[in-house]
Design a protein around this ligand. Structure first.
Ligand code: AMP
Ligand code: MG
Length: 420
């Protein structure tokens, strides 16, 4: 990989994605599976519903017995039994008979329809209501009325979910209904997070002259966690090659899947991450035509994919969004790697320098569409520009001046949230 190439965002993203592979599978308990991605197709071992059952509280009967029935000319049927949900039916419904039945209870042999209780002379309101010996049916129903048939949702043997399917609450419920208590999923990516810089002190330390608190490690740990991946913080390395190597070795020792570092990859005199990676080979330094976030290191360190983000907090967060997020999602087996984008009408004039620019903005609904205002000062050290934002407006490469009222695409960094 050559150094200091100028790449478009799209080309850089493609190289990053090509460099990471979907991780191996593991089998986990169903209750731990929300947010994970299936590693194998799932076939239904049972049908759903597993047996024909009633969709209403009412009377189960033979539809032919209700021919011509109205409230004035009811069909009178002899009541044989009370069939509650969960009961194992023993009665057979013959012509002229019916059974009281609850929602979800099995349709007994001989019956082919249900009449809702509201359409009888016994609209019960409490569970204690005794079973009437005779029921008057006020309405004609056809065969199959209010019957949920066996397998009408899922047929035993059918493939219900494919490899790559994201397990949301509805999939978790369907798997439970089908008796799948352990699920084959792609394992969570283990992402090492390294911050570098002699100026960095930790969150608990009082400020001293020339020092700033390390925020990137915390931002990135949160970003990784919110993707359902496992953050492995490696702490802060000084601007010293041996220290950077030692911290990276800790990551190698615990078997991380990706290194994400911040700072030390531009052209400063103390950019030691760059020196360490250059010596390790297989790492390229790119200038991505992106704003914020021009410097980016990408490649492998001792065989492990490595993404070196810029140090400025805004650049680091936006670069993580643009490159690390899709890479981590891909490793975790996801197929939808992009944040949702919406078309927005910008409310103010926006300037940039021709690089593809990610402008921090507040996007709100207006009429049928969306409107966007920037969060003000866009400096790559301005953390408040991100705190106020729910979106990044994307200025395409080559555009330097966007007039108020123009339509642009905005990447919605707040939706969907994936917290597990
Ligand atoms: P560098 O890439 O090392 O030139 O750093 C660029 C800017 O980002 C400098 O102002 C650094 O102090 C700042 N910076 C680097 N790392 C961090 C960090 N972990 N947290 C907050 N700011 C950082
Ligand atoms: Mg530095």
């Amino acid at each position: 990989m050559s150094t200091q190439e100028y790449l478009t965002v799209a080309a850089a993203l493609q190289l990053v994605l090509d460099g990471v592979a979907i991780l191996a599978a593991e089998t986990i308990p169903l209750h731990e599976a929300p947010g994970r991605v299936l590693a194998e197709p799932i076939y239904a071992r049972d049908s759903l519903p597993p047996f024909a059952n009633s969709s209403m509280d009412g009377y189960v009967l033979q539809a032919a017995d209700t021919a011509g029935a109205t409230a004035n000319r009811p069909a009178a049927l002899r009541v044989l039994a009370d069939i509650a949900a969960g009961s194992d039916v023993t009665v057979t419904v013959l012509p002229g008979t019916a059974a009281r039945i609850m929602t979800g209870a099995p349709i007994p042999p001989g019956a082919n329809a249900v009449v809702p209780v509201e359409d009888t002379n016994e609209p019960w309101r409490d569970e204690q209501r005794p079973l009437p010996p005779i029921i008057h049916i006020h309405r004609q129903v056809s065969a199959g009325a209010y019957v949920r048939h066996i397998g009408e949702d899922i047929v035993a043997g059918q493939q219900i979910l494919n490899t790559g399917h994201l397990l949301r609450p509805q999939e978790i419920g369907a798997l439970a209904a089908l008796g799948v208590s352990r699920v084959p999923v792609i394992r969570r990516p283990r992402v090492a997070i390294l911050s570098t810089g002699d100026e960095l002190i930790d969150v608990n330390e009082p400020l001293r002259p020339g020092k700033i608190r390390n925020s990137n490690s915390y931002t990135q740990t949160a970003q990784v966690a919110m993707l359902g991946a496992v953050p492995i913080p490696l702490g802060v390395a000084r601007d010293d090659e041996a220290d950077v190597r030692a911290k990276l070795q800790t990551g190698l020792d615990v078997g991380v899947d990706l290194f994400v570092s911040s700072a030390g990859v531009s052209v400063g005199a103390y950019d030691v991450v760059k020196a360490v990676l250059e010596k390790a080979g297989n790492v390229g330094f790119w200038r991505v035509r992106m704003r914020p976030g021009k410097p980016l290191a990408y490649g492998r360190y001792q065989g492990v994919p490595y993404l070196g983000l810029p140090g400025n907090p805004v650049s680091a967060m936006v670069s993580f969004e643009r490159f690390a997020r899709p890479a981590i999602l891909k490793m975790g087996g996801h197929t939808n790697l992009e944040r949702p984008c919406v078309s927005v009408t910008v409310q103010e004039e926006i300037q940039s320098d021709g690089r593809e620019s990610y402008i921090r903005a507040v996007v709100t609904r207006m009429g049928d569409g969306y409107t966007a205002v920037t969060t003000g000062e866009q400096g790559s050290h301005m953390m408040t520009s991100l705190i106020k934002a729910n979106a990044l407006i994307i200025l395409p490469e080559g555009s330097t001046h966007i007039p108020a009222g123009a339509t642009l695409s905005a990447m919605m960094i707040d939706w969907p949230e994936t917290v597990f």
